[in-house]
Design a protein around this ligand. Structure first.
Ligand code: SAH
Ligand code: SF4
Length: 364
């Protein structure tokens, strides 16, 4: 029964407007509905009290609003990272991660169940590809985590921990990174629509400066994204400056070699008037040599970018190791100041396997 109705979560404002006009209602009602679905995260039409009773009844008869189900949360020992396991309508599972760093509260979103690109070092890649997430499923990860944060604050309040309450009361998601499970540019349509909802003031209201999309380098879609006029931040997972090595780490490099990718991200940077981020995961004895660093700095000097180094998070069974701290520092010292902006990202959440590239769920 439920399945025959149309799911409103995932529709754009324009689509809702179309539908509202078709039902002879005033266009502005679509805005109200949009706010209820995304900003307020409501799933029960009867609770949408600023809509007329009759309209609510009609909505209930013809539509439904999906919701992903939070089945597990885990917190890292230091409390800065929380990992969420969500179950989808078809029982597939995905993970999202909440990362606290100072005043920054970032949510890392998944866009696919698994990933088809099979990068040799990545846990998600080893799951294989199951399916794309719908727009609603992508956006819902934020809606559910927002709910979780506000519900938890209510619990704190009722227990009377005023200090904790003061500290956590204002906890709001400040940044969104599309860097969880999957390759977002291979689920282009749904991801883009989700980004528009996440950005919309009537939806989740995140400025484009707070939204980052990470890609392994899907060249045609990078050009396409540059034309959308959205100006979200773009992060490229480079991981090796040499084609022969990158191919072994990231097989997609055979289709889109480094030169082509760099041309595309350069175009993106120009078109959106911003620097891109080059993500570089340092893997012991694989891509952490002086030669790698020198070649990477050459690349870094050629495009407006910031280079983000991260030591590999070990994944059981894959056989890759993280370099020791000195190696990471040495690598950075070669890059900087040859490249003006280089950061070393501290990896967190390893104890709950919530760090980059450790996201993986068991098959249903
Ligand atoms: N598919 C997209 C987005 C998701 S992967 C992409 O590849 O960019 C997110 C990031 O995690 C990528 O930068 C990837 O290089 C990194 N990553 C994957 N496995 C990792 C691991 N085991 N340790 C550290 N980073 C990893
Ligand atoms: Fe997919 Fe990104 Fe993992 Fe590669 S690194 S397998 S592209 S999720």
């Amino acid at each position: 029964m439920k399945k025959e109705k149309l799911n409103l979560k995932g529709l754009s404002l324009e689509e809702l407007e179309e539908f509202v006009l078709e039902t002879n209602e005033k266009k502005y009602k679509a805005k109200q509905l949009f706010i209820w679905v995304y900003k307020k995260g409501e799933t029960d039409f009867l609770k949408m009290t600023d809509l007329s009773k009759e309209f609510r009844k009609r909505l209930k008869e013809n539509f439904w609003i999906s919701q992903i189900k939070k089945v597990k949360t885990e917190k890292s020992k230091d409390g800065s990272i929380e990992k969420f396991l969500f179950e989808l309508e078809d029982k597939e599972k995905i993970e999202s991660v909440l990362i606290r760093e100072g005043k920054r509260v970032t949510v890392c979103l998944s866009t696919q169940v698994g990933c088809a690109l099979n990068c040799s070092f990545c846990a998600t890649g080893k799951m294989g590809f199951k399916r794309n997430l719908s727009t609603g499923e992508i956006v819902d990860q934020i809606i559910q985590i927002k709910k979780y944060l506000s519900d938890r604050q209510d619990v704190v309040k009722s227990e009377g921990f005023f200090e904790t309450l003061r500290a956590s009361h204002k906890e709001k998601i400040t940044h969104i990174v599309i860097m969880g499970m999957g390759e977002p540019l291979l689920n282009y349509k749904n991801t883009l629509k989700a980004i528009k909802v996440i950005h919309s003031k009537l939806g989740l209201g995140f400025s484009v400066k707070k939204i980052t999309l990470s890609t392994s380098g899907i060249v045609p879609e990078i050009y396409k994204l540059a034309e959308e006029g959205l100006k979200i931040k773009l992060s490229l997972s480079l991981n090796s400056p040499f084609d022969h090595k990158r191919e072994l780490l990231m097989p997609i490099n055979k289709k889109y070699p480094i030169k082509e990718i760099l041309k595309a991200v350069k175009h993106y940077a120009k078109k959106t008037d911003q620097r891109i981020t080059i993500e570089y995961v340092l893997i012991k004895d694989i891509n952490d040599s002086k030669e790698d660093a020198l070649k990477l700095s050459e690349i870094g000097r050629g495009i407006p970018c910031k280079i983000n180094l991260i030591a590999y998070n070990e994944v059981e069974g894959l056989g890759f190791e993280k370099p020791d701290e000195k190696k990471v520092t040495d690598f950075k010292d070669i890059l900087y100041p040859r490249c003006p902006a280089v950061t070393v990202r501290k990896s967190k959440g390893e104890d709950i396997k919530a760090a980059c590239g450790q996201l993986k769920v068991e098959s249903k």
